[in-house]
Design a protein around this ligand. Sequence first.
Ligand code: DON
Length: 332
Amino acid sequence: MDADTGRATAGRTTGEAPGGVSGGVSAGGEDHQRLLEEAMAAALALPARGRSADYIPALACADPGAFGMALATVDGGLYGVGEWRRPFSIQSVSKLFTLALALAEGGDSLWQRVGREPSGNPFNSLVQLESEQGIPRNPFINAGALVATDRLLELTGDAAGAVRDFLRAESGNPDITTDDSVAASEARHGHRNAALAHFIASYGNLRNPVDSVLAHYYAHCAISASCADLALVGRFLARHGLRADGSRLLTRSEAKRVNAVLLTCGTYDAAGDFAYRVGLPGKSGVGGGILTVIPGRGALCVWSPGLDRAGNSVLGVAALDALTTATGWSIF
Ligand code: DON
């Protein structure tokens, strides 16, 4: 790896990617690196930093100004800037993998137990669950992710282990694991998630004991991984469902659907603004990570722990906004 640029692999992209995103810059390796550097500079020039997530005490001390960003292209290029190799708590970014694995293992029946509409409410809100009979609006708010975790637990016997193993396989990093101190911190302060889980269970929409579902949910949220790791993992959605080894996790149609739910629900009640500014399917987490998919081209992961009111990284969204505006990389 080049210590100065942080580049791990020379880019090999020569133009429009397969299955392409039309318009904008057709970047080669040097361009990819430069584009990331410019996006980072644009974000760091902003005065706003947001606040790290203090409702999970183990995350509260993170520096809101820390920053990393990585791009993994479908043809094997990997580029990064800032602290792109530093592991952070992936939190709700894990919900994307829980959903994909639950669909891959168990098919469409999941959609009888969770919707796919934006909620327009904060990610940890309880208000819709009663009027909607314990069927969460979508799999990315906490309520919906608890149902997806329950489904994956039902299908595999180890939901958090399935997510961890998937991340290890796709990133090639065998060290990815749950940070037990973060999981324990969240469990100790998890009254809201426990309330959601019990409420869902009261409607018969959990198949496993509430405590097991919560333990697996906290364990997959508390996985630590870097921007480089997550960008490499996110490629399966850029490759329309194909895993790193060429095997298929999701059908092309399923991958399209997961990307659609990411776009409409992946950043919660800020999904409209995220689509407006960034124009890519993406999943955020309160650890400050955002993983976005550029279909046919690659996956981008940005990390900066300062959050806005919706729980999305302030500098992360700003960097993605700058990059997609400069390149035209967007699904629109
Ligand atoms: O359940 C929670 O509150 C956290 N484990 C995850 C929330 C989260 O990351 C929301 N995303 N921005």
